[in-house]
Every structure is written in C-alpha cells, then in structure tokens.
Design a protein around this ligand. Structure first.
Ligand code: MG
Length: 375
C-alpha cells in the first residue's frame, strides 16, 4: 500500500472484561463483588475453565483460562464471589448493538472479535488527531450512556499503534499516540509487550540479545530474516518501529444465526411461534448487511447438550423473513418426523436456532425475489 501524505487516524475500541461486564449490566447488584464467568465442561460444578472475570476478581488473583476449581479455591474466603455460566446469546446481542454504534462513527469499520473493533476516521483529520479524539471520546460516552458499559479506546496512525494505545491503559482508558511519537512510546517496552509477539518469539529474541522494542527496532535486518524467515523477520522490526500498513477492512459476513433457549424442552415441533421473530431478525440483518442467503439451516441443542443441524439450499437467493421461516419450519418438521421413527425414540431439545449462510452481496445478485418465486 502506498503511504498517504496525511497520516491515517485509527481508533481501536476494546470493551472491558466483556462477558463479566455484560453480567454486571444485567444484574448491577453484583458489580461490587468478584464476578467470574465460567465455561463449565459439564461433569461437575467444578470442571471447566474461567472465561472472563471482573477486575475485583483479577485483583484477588483470578485469571482467564484458570480451572474453575482453582478460582473457587482463591475466592473461598470471599462469600460474595459470583460464579456464572457463559451466556453467549446475551453477550452476542450486546456486542451487536455496540458494534453498530461504533461502525456508525466512521467510514471503515472492522470487527476484530466479539469485544474489539477498529475504525478508520482519517477523513478531515489534522496532525493532532483532534477529530479522532472527539470521535473516540464520543464512542466511550455513548457506550456508557446507552449500554452502561465501559470500554478502552486507543488512537494511533495505524491498527498496531491504536491497539498498543488500548493495551497501555485498561480498563476505561483513553490513549492517543500522535504520529511521530511511536518510537518513543514503544522504545522502553520489553519485546513481549508488543502486539503480535508471543512468548516463543520473545524467548528467541531474548536469546539473540534483543530485549526491548528499542533493541528490536534497530536490529540487523539480515539477522532477523535468518532467524525468523523473510516474512516474519522484517515484520518484527516493523512492529518495534510502530509501522503497520494493514488497512481497516470490514470482514465479509459468512453466516448469520440466531439461537434461543426454549421455555421448556421439546420433543416435537411445537415451537413455531419462536421461529417467526428469529426469521424476522435474520431477514433484517441480511437487509442491513446488504446480503442475500442461498442456504437456511436449523440448529438443535439437545437436553444432553448435543448439537444437531440440518440445512437446505435453494435458488434464487433470498432476504425474505417469510422464506427463511418456511424453509426452517420444513427442516424442523422433518427432523422431528425422522426422530419419531428412530428406534431410540424422540430426542428432547433444549435450544433451537436458525442459520443463514452462503451469503452473497445484494448488488451482485441479479434478481430480488419473493416467497412466490421460491415456490
Ligand atoms: Mg476486551
């Protein structure tokens, strides 16, 4: 990519301790307690790992990835500690709303994960990033007022520096690294603190006598290439120099899905009513993403937490909620028909969902069609 005359202005947004903060928003009374969101592996109340925890739990020594049993031991004297199972469905909806809010503030938006995004706000920027600063602060303020949630925002002239700005002050942070100040910001950091450099690379660099970002920024190019290859070697040096040309690009959506927990487990297709809002939701999402789907699928999660899926492709593509509903209903109907004939008897289903996939952009699909066309 050719460097533009004007530095780019990139904003990185990272929602603080996201899953645990979602739980605090849903139930503010736990905000003053250690909150630990867990991925239970099923066998016992203790088996599984910590997914995310709030800062109160972190200050007491709990970490992501830690076995639940260990987290419980650490917090055993803390009678207020709250352990909760992951509720991905809920986190996903909160994330979708916030991502919508962030993407509306700039022209180029890239969602990096459920709780991280980049926004390119280069247009009309001055060298002091004043506009980027305003936009970044507006994003923080709106996420707080609309969703009662804190986030950390970083601004830099590329994604790397915006991310480094975020990582330098969390939670509820706001950091700007002005163009030209990259090196002085990075220099003193140990190489392991640089975004993209993991423990293995850090070890290797240390063995070469490269300890700080300053060492790496001026390390011999050939030596780096010899040790890390022609691609990674120069990239490592670029990282230490704060150089990153990668653009902010919207990742194409490959599929959309919606899944809900039934009020009571079902062993026949008696939940038609829950499918209508799901189909409508997916139809609206397709419309706002300017997409049409070629395939509709169903997802069933049994009472034993086994996942079953079925899908059907058709032509032409669609965006219609009625058609998504029609295809999904047929699939659910034949699934339960099939099950009722199975020698093991009908299975019991706890959660059901609809997925639309094989997405194509509306602009390239030759024709928009209706339910009538499909029949
Ligand atoms: Mg986060």
């Amino acid at each position: 990519m050719i460097a533009s005359e004007r530095p780019r202005a990139i904003i990185a947004v990272d929602l603080d301790y996201f899953y645990a903060q979602c739980e605090e928003v849903r139930n503010p009374s736990i905000k003053s307690k250690p909150v630990v969101v867990c991925v239970y592996s099923g066998r016992t109340q203790e088996s599984g790992a910590v997914s995310t925890c709030n800062y109160i739990a972190r200050d007491l020594g709990v970490r992501s990835g830690m076995p639940i049993a260990l987290a419980k031991r650490i917090l055993r004297d803390n009678l207020t500690a709250v352990f909760l199972p992951m509720d991905m469905e809920y986190y996903q909806t909160v994330s979708e709303r916030i991502m919508g809010l962030i993407s509306s503030k700039g022209e180029k938006f890239e969602q990096a994960s459920i709780d991280e995004a980049y926004l390119d706000v280069t247009t009309k920027q001055d060298a002091n990033f004043r506009i980027a600063e305003e936009i970044g602060k507006a994003i923080k303020a709106e996420i707080l007022s609309e969703e009662k949630m804190t986030c950390t925002v970083g601004v830099g002239q590329n994604k790397l520096m915006a991310k480094m700005a975020v990582d330098s002050k969390k939670p509820d942070g706001f950091t700007i690294i002005l163009p030209g100040l990259e090196r002085s910001f990075l220099n003193r950091l140990p190489v392991g603190k640089l975004f993209g450099i993991g423990p293995k690379t850090e070890e290797k660099l240390k063995a070469m006598g490269i300890v700080t970002a300053r060492d790496l920024a001026s390390a011999d190019r050939e030596t780096l290439s010899d040790h890390f290859g022609k691609k990674l070697g120069p990239t490592l040096r670029d990282i230490a120099n704060g150089v990153d040309e990668s653009p902010v690009v919207e990742k194409p959506i490959e599929q959309l899905s919606r899944i809900i927990t039934l009020k009571s487990d079902a062993n026949s297709f008696d939940f038609h009513d829950v499918l209508t809002p799901m189909s409508e939701y997916l139809s609206k999402k397709l419309f706002s993403s300017k997409m049409m789907c070629k395939t509709v699928g169903i997802i069933l999660i049994t009472s034993e937490l086994k996942i079953k899926t079925r899908s059907k492709s058709f032509s032409p593509t669609t965006q219609s909620g009625d058609q998504i509903l029609k295809v999904a209903s047929e699939l659910f109907y034949s699934f339960f028909e099939e099950q009722s004939k199975s020698p093991q008897g009908p299975i019991s289903v706890r959660r059901v969902g609809i997925k639309v996939s094989d997405l194509v952009a509306t602009s390239t699909s030759k024709k928009t069609e209706t339910l009538e066309d499909y029949i």
